[in-house]
Write a protein that binds this ligand. Structure first.
Ligand code: KMH
Ligand code: ZN
Length: 274
């Protein structure tokens, strides 16, 4: 099996400091935790940013500061979110895609459909998806296709036919969001069986499913996403003291299943980032 790429979804848009004091917010906090995640076995971070008071943001300059701080400390790959928080405009969501040159991210997310998101709606109508896909392509990046439900894989096929993305691609199955596809082993197996040929995949299971799913994913040869965006607990009632603790636990579980962990360079090759 290929080395496993562990991605740390470090910040997100929904987790709050009230829920966990260990959520990194400033560029320095994010970079410090990212370097520890790299040491613990992560090859990539999935990045959202926050204003100093903790509000979700997709501001270009906040992304720039976080990316610079991360890269000053370690070689971990940086994938910027284009999902942002529910209710943001497309221009707001694409703040991280304005970074060029040395500040350019390594990858960006692309959610390919609208989905219920707890009590809210994560709004991704087809023209908006094509707009974001075009911006990702213009920056010379590969998308991570975020699939919260099965039809989002079909939409990736449609996007490829229309020339917005290339196949094979890299997919992320986000399982367990309220109102969307569950973190269920059968869902995982269907999603991976349904991918376009030669595609690669990561699974991000939400909440209490996050860490146990690393083992299912490891057995199936996939890649794992863990982190405070999706889960704040290391075990029942025990807060993770940073993203690095979740990465360390994921690394331990993956290794126990016989997987080795990808370095950022290996991840770049495995995910065909160029
Ligand atoms: N915060 C969610 C509404 C992404 O990062 O691309 C969307 C999200 C997906 O987190
Ligand atoms: Zn995200």
């Amino acid at each position: 099996m290929n080395p496993m790429v562990i991605t740390a979804a470090m910040v997100g848009a929904e987790t709050t400091r009230e829920q966990t004091p260990y959520l990194p917010i400033s560029a320095e906090e994010i970079a410090e935790d990212a370097a520890k995640c790299r040491e613990a076995g992560a090859a990539m971070v999935h990045l959202h940013v926050r204003t100093p008071d903790g509000k979700p943001s997709q501001d270009t300059e906040l992304f720039r500061a976080a990316i610079r701080a991360i890269r000053a400390k370690c070689d971990i790959l940086v994938q910027v979110s284009t999902g942002g928080a529910v209710g943001m405009s497309v221009d707001e969501r694409c703040g991280g895609l304005k970074l060029t040159g040395a500040d350019r991210p390594d990858m960006a997310t692309l959610t390919t459909g609208t989905v219920n998101f707890g009590p809210d709606v994560f709004w991704n109508p087809r023209p908006l998806v094509r707009d974001i896909a075009t911006r990702i392509k213009q920056l010379g990046l590969k998308p991570e296709i975020e699939c919260f439900d099965v039809g989002m894989i079909d939409e990736a096929r449609a996007l490829a036919k229309e020339g917005f993305i290339d196949l094979p691609a890299h997919f992320d199955f986000v399982l367990g969001v309220g109102g969307a596809l569950s973190a269920d082993e059968r869902a995982l197996d269907f999603m991976r069986s349904y991918l376009p040929e030669n595609s690669t995949w990561t699974c991000a299971a939400v909440g209490r499913h996050q860490l146990p799913f690393v083992e299912l994913v490891a057995e199936r040869g996939g890649n794992s996403r863990v982190g405070l965006e999706d889960n704040i607990y290391l075990s029942k009632g025990v807060l993770a003291k940073g993203n690095f603790e979740l990465v360390a636990d994921a690394a331990r579980r993956a290794k126990a299943k016989g997987r080795v962990l990808a370095t950022p360079q290996q991840a770049r090759e495995l995910l065909r980032l160029g």
